[in-house]
Design a protein around this ligand. Structure first.
Ligand SMILES: C[S@@+](CC[C@H](N)C(=O)[O-])C[C@H]1O[C@@H](n2cnc3c(N)ncnc32)[C@H](O)[C@@H]1O
Length: 275
């Protein structure tokens, strides 16, 4: 990872006094690509809800399991929407461990995340980082990196992990945009924060802090609303479940009841292999 954040340098135009979604998440994961304001908010969140770091890790573990699953299904190219900062277990590292020729396009709106991603991926001709708003599907599809790396005739893994709760209006339109150009056998991976009635009072407080401070408010969606995001895709077993309950692996399992449930839904869908 470059030292842009650690050594105080950062892309111009970045307000380092205002926490950002990408960098607070990085701080919750124990990463180093964040500023004092991000760490301060992450600390406040952890004080109010000590499980918040575990949720970020559980979400990250789901992302890894889902990418492994897609690789087993033969998917070799991925578009990671709202990918965040490069951190441990990046998608391209998982993909390239399975197939050195696998392709990954990362997309994020955060200039610091993008600067880090571009620095990390410099010289890698099978992965790229694009700065874009995921609501602008056409811009992402037309980006030279997407055009270069993603073969429209081959199945693609569309990853929308912990990002659609930042989209207030019509996330289904975004997913329909990618679905309309995805080859048979493509997959959609989603994780999404649940509704306040499913959360503890402490968690609701943490989310309120986050909403006020970052300027990227969260939109909550119920399990049924998250399931609706798979319209046009065949939702695969076990359906939409808490993120830590999606095909957990032995290392990811915790004793039942040891902790409150992770308030994030997760699921994977597939387009039929033939049109
Ligand atoms: C919680 S992080 C999730 C990172 C990664 N997907 C994961 O699950 O580990 C959410 C990311 O979404 C990005 N994001 C939020 N709204 C976005 C938008 N409209 N377009 C692109 N990226 C967005 C944020 O900058 C942040 O990096």
């Amino acid at each position: 990872m470059s030292g842009d954040v650690a050594d105080g340098r950062h892309p111009s135009g970045v307000d380092i006094d205002r926490p950002s979604a990408a960098r607070v998440y990085d701080a919750l994961l124990g990463g180093s690509a964040n500023f004092a304001a991000d760490r301060a908010l992450a600390r406040q969140m952890l004080t109010a809800e000590p499980h918040a770091g575990r949720w970020a890790q559980a979400n990250r573990a789901f992302l890894r399991r889902a990418v492994d699953f897609l690789l087993d299904e033969g998917v070799r190219q991925f578009v990671d929407l709202g990918s965040g900062l490069p951190t441990v277990g990046n998608v391209h590292e998982i993909v390239h461990a399975a197939d050195p020729d696998g392709r990954v396009v990362y997309v994020d709106i955060d200039p610091v995340a993008v600067a880090h991603g571009q620095s990390l991926l410099a010289g890698d001709d099978r992965a790229a980082m694009v700065q874009a708003d995921i609501r602008d599907v056409n811009a992402i599809l037309a980006d030279p990196a997407t055009q270069d790396l993603i073969d429209p005739d081959q199945p693609v893994g569309v990853l929308a992990v912990a990002v659609l709760h930042f989209v207030a209006d019509d996330p289904a339109r975004i997913l329909a945009g990618f679905r309309s150009v995805a080859a048979p056998g493509s997959h959609l991976v989603v994780s999404h924060l649940t509704t306040p009635d499913e959360m503890s009072a402490a968690t609701v407080g943490v989310v309120a802090q986050y909403n006020t401070r970052t300027g990227t408010p969260l939109t909550f969606r119920s399990r049924a609303q998250v399931a609706d995001l798979f319209a046009g895709w065949r939702l695969l077993e076990p359906g939409v479940v808490p993120v830590d309950a999606w095909w957990p692996e032995p290392g990811d399992l915790e004793a039942p009841g040891a902790h409150p449930r992770v308030p994030i839904w997760a699921g994977v869908g597939r387009l039929p292999y033939t049109r």
